[in-house]
Design a protein around this ligand. Sequence first.
Ligand SMILES: Nc1ncnc2c1ncn2[C@@H]1O[C@H](COP(=O)(O)OP(=O)(O)O)[C@@H](O)[C@H]1O
Ligand SMILES: [Mg+2]
Length: 226
Amino acid sequence: MDSIPVVELHDVSKIYPMPAGDVHALNHVNFSIHVGEFVAIMGPSGSGKSTLMNIIGCLDVPTSGIVKINGMSTSDMKDDELTIHRRDNIGFIFQKYNLISLLTAYENVEYPLILKYGRHDTTTRTADLLRMVGLTDAQMQHTPYELSGGQQQRVSIARALANDPTFLLCDEPTGNLDSKMSTQIMELLKDLHSKGRTIVMVTHNPATAEYADRIVIIRDGVIVNE
Ligand SMILES: Nc1ncnc2c1ncn2[C@@H]1O[C@H](COP(=O)(O)OP(=O)(O)O)[C@@H](O)[C@H]1O
Ligand SMILES: [Mg+2]
């Protein structure tokens, strides 16, 4: 592929200094993601998957090495440029949904739009997104604890899509769901991928990884199959 990757990691290492000694979470990782790819990252617990995701999503910075976003090194980007990049270009989906428990499903999805535009959503976008992921109009008015795990993950996917990101980063998106719910969520992600979104997903589950068109395996902070 000769297009500029959406994300490139060059010789990226991440060390967490700890009282008992340094933890080398990532060791000299080289890795690129191209537009339109669906990549699954697999590896045992503690192998560095979440650390890798956080660096890809610019939620964290490496101890050494270079991260490029659309060809530009993140070390040349200002903090507010990185914040805008995260807000507008990336949708984050987590295992534990990370919904705000005091807000309704509707308000959770509307929230990123309020952050971006400084006012309530006066369009039908919020409701359209929630309908697209399969919530009914009545369910939209429920708070997260009044919804099942699968419904909460649907809300979190709708929230991730609010700013229409081109890139979805998912850390164990089906980790808290039974196999039927997992299949439904994966079908939803597959559909978003078929509509052109780039997806990077961490998963433990081989059946979930099957949905990806490339599987990257990480062990002890090293990518073993690139
Ligand atoms: N904030 C942190 N501080 C110290 N060590 C951490 C931190 N985050 C992760 N680690 C350590 O880095 C290694 C990789 O962790 P992580 O990326 O969460 O792995 P995974 O997601 O594959 O389970 C583990 O040894 C973990 O204990
Ligand atoms: Mg993890």
